[in-house]
Design a protein around this ligand. Sequence first.
Ligand SMILES: [Zn+2]
Length: 487
Amino acid sequence: MTTDRRATLVILDGARADVFAHLVAAGDLPNISRYLLESGGMVPATTVFPSTTGVAYLPFLTGCYPGTCDVPGIRWMDVRGYTGEWWRDREHLRSYCGPQGGLINSDLRPGLVTLFDLVPESVSLCSPLTRGLPPERDRVQRARALWGALAHYVGTYGPLERAVGRALCRTTRERHRFVFAVFPGVDGVTHFWDPWHTLVLDMYRGFDRIIGDYAAAGGFDGDHLTLLVSDHGLTPVEHHTDVSLELEAMGMPALRYPAIWRRDPKVGVMVSGNGSVQLYLRPGTPRPRRFTIGEIEAGMVADIPRNLVRELAQLPGVALVVGNDGDAVRLVGREGRARLVDSGGGRIRYLPDTADLLGLGGPAEHDDREWLRRTMSSPYPDAPTQLLQLFRSPRAGDLVIIAEVGWDLRRDWEIPEHRSGHGSLTADHMRCLVASNRHLVGPVRTVDTFPLILGHLGVPIPEGIDGVLPVAPDVDPMQRTALAAQA
Ligand SMILES: [Zn+2]
């Protein structure tokens, strides 16, 4: 075991890779440039779907997708157990935005291990995810509760950022093996403005000053892998389509947060990041599995009109409606239909039946790493893998609705109104920041940072995770072999 090695992962929540690169090029992030990028760099990277805070932290701490973790969104319903008694059945109904927030730790699939489980000498700053962490190593929670709640409504993230910064500087004296730190300010302020707004850029610059203090305190000393990442991007929201209101107008009473006491709902509407929605048909009638698009369109789901999928796909601001059918994912858009089929052995086949909905040029079959490379510059980066992974979770919806660029899927109860948002599968939500003081080989997914950290610390990498090791080209061959063996 290499006990002198340390690792730190800092989430700059909602940081866009292009905004970050622009500020670096302008010389606005001098400390990050000097202490991180000079010896390492940035790599093209994607997050997970749904691209939403909290859910999109899971890959960093577990190496797994939300579907593998069985946490398919920031709100979900478990149709296997929900009988319609919203208070008595609250175990089967979830929103991490509010009093149920801490349940994300116990909702994770049993048997899953976190970095905190694997590296007991860890400390966490301002994180909603703390599974495996002793209470004394879970820091900046009081400031998070106090300042975080206020900032959510009025946008004043400075005090919370500085509190996390001070705690980060203090970790340098204690030399923990792994430090996980969350800076929520970029995401929080961007929701009030747009990703290029001067107040947003100031959050990046303020964070750079924190990195300067951290470096001065010895933060980068020693054999210390440091990763600076984001969990999603954001785009300006110009229009809102409230899926719940549209369903109500179609004659389907909708159960949704916070109005979950809706009498006799025909559909549950669970919004994630406001750029995607998962629909659960006939909530309150427990069943062992999801309904398929085929069953809905054959009129086999009582109380649900057979043209529902088509109607949803025609709504303004809806890019895709997606459902799961065995090993396949069916996509319905305004222009037609397509499928993704899990061919086994890690290979995925894309079949644009009547429309090339993912913009990939035609039918193709690749393994999932090749799909990542081929879709990085497409309208929906990493879509084949991301759509399939989501439905691994029995808690994922019967239908997933994905918003177009410029739109979100909520208007009622969006307090405060989001002027920028995320949660969708579109490029500027999926592409995220991965920078490091070591060379990495891109493109990477956020799940890949987990084995990277374990490899650096010399901790065996658990079997069955989704991430793979993005080994640096300058790693000497002996070390590369050792890292690969651990993966
Ligand atoms: Zn976020």
